[in-house]
Design a protein around this ligand. Structure first.
Ligand SMILES: Nc1ncnc2c1ncn2[C@@H]1O[C@H](COP(=O)(O)OP(=O)(O)OP(=O)(O)O)[C@@H](O)[C@H]1O
Length: 588
């Protein structure tokens, strides 16, 4: 725990030591390059490690930062400190356009798109006369800061590493915030995040911009350090190398970016000298070694070298400093018995298959309604139509008097409907408390800049207080600091319910909450649901466990082959010959 708390200070002490000790200039130069690479890799940690978006095109953003300051300082005489911001602006504009064009792509299309823009920008730099074609631009001025030379050697070292440490710190703080939790939820797909009210595209764009800006900043420093720019350090090969460094260091860890940049650069230098000596011939043999190292790393240490350290350093529980935080604002709740949900002849067709055929039913405030039927009856599809995960073919859903058919799931969540999933969706490497705090997303407002600068602390306390309150409400107060991935199935499902409750819903949709639970856990779940109803919550339950359904539901709606079969009290449904026949698969 001490290691985590004082790790950053240890790094700063080492950096100051390097700056003042009489190390050979060669090593300072190497560390300067490592700092420049680290900035790009930090962006890749966010982009690839956190959001799961693979980019081979980061070197192109380095190029935009480098070329814009090179051209502007050489041709207009502007100060590099001004051209920095012009370069960042240009990068942001390019990144925004690329993000809007490519971030909706999934699978292998996004990495291919990043390669395409990496290649395009490389050839653009190499073919424009104004940018000196492949010879590039020469004679770029060094940096000075308040009269100090910081363009070379130790001055540049201090400047670059101060920026790297500040950027790393800002990202660490960002990831531990409302915005950061939303970003961390992106890796497991968009379904859960959207259901918690997160605009996943918006956060992907923000991450893409941050990564591009860090790369551009690195390019600005690079141009004034090298005093010359040409296209080769900004090509696809370098784009791949940045990703290589980050994966080797640990793409899921902020400090993995620095580790990867450091070790890759050091190894590259040593191999460039040693391999030709050993082999008795010159050539880029280090690339071959890197290729082999990467394959072995992906096989045996896929989370990177930093994960090796991370696993061995104990993690302290989050300090519980939110006891006195004020309550989050709560929405007005419907009166007992008021109509909350009115499902009006909803229909879903998948090609020729009618999965849900004109289903109608209602839920009133303070009711637990069960949606039951044999496998494949269309329950989950109905559930997804109501919560906005699937679009309606026809029909409508009215929630608290407002038509919500056609709205996105996050828009429906904002209106007070919250859900859990048939297969638990969580962020396994976050604590239970942090996972549940994701449910408060719509009730907070602080964004990326407040998180990076820690101006979000009072809101964070409110969000964590609410998350703790909801966990205690369902009897999970003892699990706050447990890593979510370590929980058994029962507590995982309860955690999802607590997360859904954090959004202050008027209607809770539970998709097979008892699936995979042991008998005692089912009894505990039944108790929690009864307690929620007693507190005025309305619940729609899709469930196969008939003991649970019959024991807690006020009203049941039965489906079969996508159609409405019947509805009524549990006692009525138990007696219904049509329902029995449906479950037994006989004619009725
Ligand atoms: N995305 C999809 N594309 C095509 N068909 C689908 C899709 N989703 C569901 N279906 C089909 O719609 C029908 C209803 O499926 P659904 O999952 O809603 O049933 P269910 O009652 O929830 O079943 P279970 O109890 O097994 O979860 C099934 O025939 C299923 O194969």
């Amino acid at each position: 725990m001490l290691a985590r708390r004082y790790g950053l200070w240890a790094l700063i002490v080492v950096l100051v030591g390097v700056a003042v000790l009489p190390l050979p200039d060669f090593w300072i130069t190497q560390l300067n390059y490592i700092g420049l690479y680290s900035l790009v890799c930090l962006g890749l940690v966010l982009l690839t490690g956190v959001a799961g978006l693979t980019s081979f095109g980061q070197a192109a953003f380095v190029g935009i930062g480098a070329y814009s300051t090179a051209w502007l300082t050489l041709n207009t005489g502007l100060s590099p400190w001004l051209t920095l911001f012009i370069g960042l602006g240009l990068t942001a504009a390019c990144a925004l356009i690329l993000a809007l064009l490519t971030l909706r792509m999934s699978g292998h299309y996004l990495p291919l798109a990043t390669m395409a823009w990496g290649l395009s920008l490389y050839y653009l730099m190499g073919n424009l006369d104004a940018l000196g074609k492949y010879d590039g631009l020469l004679g770029i001025q060094g940096l000075t800061l308040l009269g100090w030379e910081v363009g070379q050697g130790r001055g540049f070292f201090a400047l670059t590493w101060a920026i790297v440490v500040l950027a790393a710190l800002a990202i660490v703080q960002l990831l531990d915030s409302r915005a950061g939790r939303a970003m961390r939820s992106l890796r497991s797909g968009t379904l859960m995040a959207e259901a918690m009210g997160v605009s996943t595209l918006r956060y992907k764009i923000i991450i893409f911009l941050i990564a591009a800006l860090l790369a551009s900043l690195s390019g600005w420093l690079f141009a004034h350090f090298q005093r010359t720019v040409n296209p080769s350090p900004f090509g696809l090969k370098m784009g791949i190398e940045y990703l290589f460094m980050t994966v080797v260091g640990g793409v899921g860890h902020v400090w993995g970016a620095l580790t990867g940049a450091l070790l890759t650069k050091l190894l590259e230098d040593q191999l460039q000298v040693l391999l030709p000596q050993w082999l008795g011939t010159s050539g880029s043999y280090e690339i071959i070694v890197f290729g082999i190292v990467l394959v072995l790393m992906l096989k045996f240490l896929p989370d990177g070298l930093w994960s090796f350290v991370d696993r061995r350093v104990p993690r302290a529980n989050r300090k519980e400093d939110w006891a006195g935080a004020p309550d989050l604002p709560a929405r007005a709740k419907p009166e007992q018995g008021e109509l909350v949900l009115d499902v009006q002849a909803i229909r879903k067709e998948f090609g020729g298959l009618v999965a849900v055929k004109d289903i109608s039913f209602q839920i009133r405030a303070g009711q637990i309604v069960g949606l039951i039927g044999p496998n494949g009856a269309g329950k989950s599809t109905t559930f997804n139509l109501i919560s906005g995960v699937l679009s309606l073919t026809s029909g409508n859903v009215v929630f608290r008097g407002e038509k919500i058919g056609g709205l996105r799931s996050r828009e429906i969540a904002a209106r007070g409907m919250s859900r859990t999933f048939q297969h638990v969706k969580m962020i396994p490497d976050m604590s239970v408390l942090e996972n549940v705090a994701l449910g408060t997303h719509l009730r907070g407002a602080k964004g990326v800049v407040s998180a990076m600068t820690r101006l979000n602390r009072s809101e964070e306390k409110q969000l964590f207080r609410e998350a703790q309150r909801q966990l205690e409400r369902i009897g999970m107060g003892a699990f706050l600091h447990e890593q979510a991935g370590n929980l058994a199935m029962g507590p995982q499902r309860l955690m999802e319910i607590a997360r859904a409750l954090c959004s202050d819903p008027a209607l809770l949709l539970l998709d097979e909450p008892a699936a995979g639970l042991r008998h005692q856990e089912k009894l505990a779940l039944g108790g929690v649901l009864r307690q929620l109803r007693a507190e005025g919550m309305s619940i729609l339950l899709v469930e196969h466990d008939m003991d649970l359904v019959m024991g807690i539901c006020d009203h049941l709606v039965v489906m079969e082959f996508g159609t409405y079969l019947t509805e009524g009290t549990p006692a009525f449904i138990q007696q219904s010959p049509a329902v029995r026949a449906a479950y037994l698969g006989t004619e009725h």
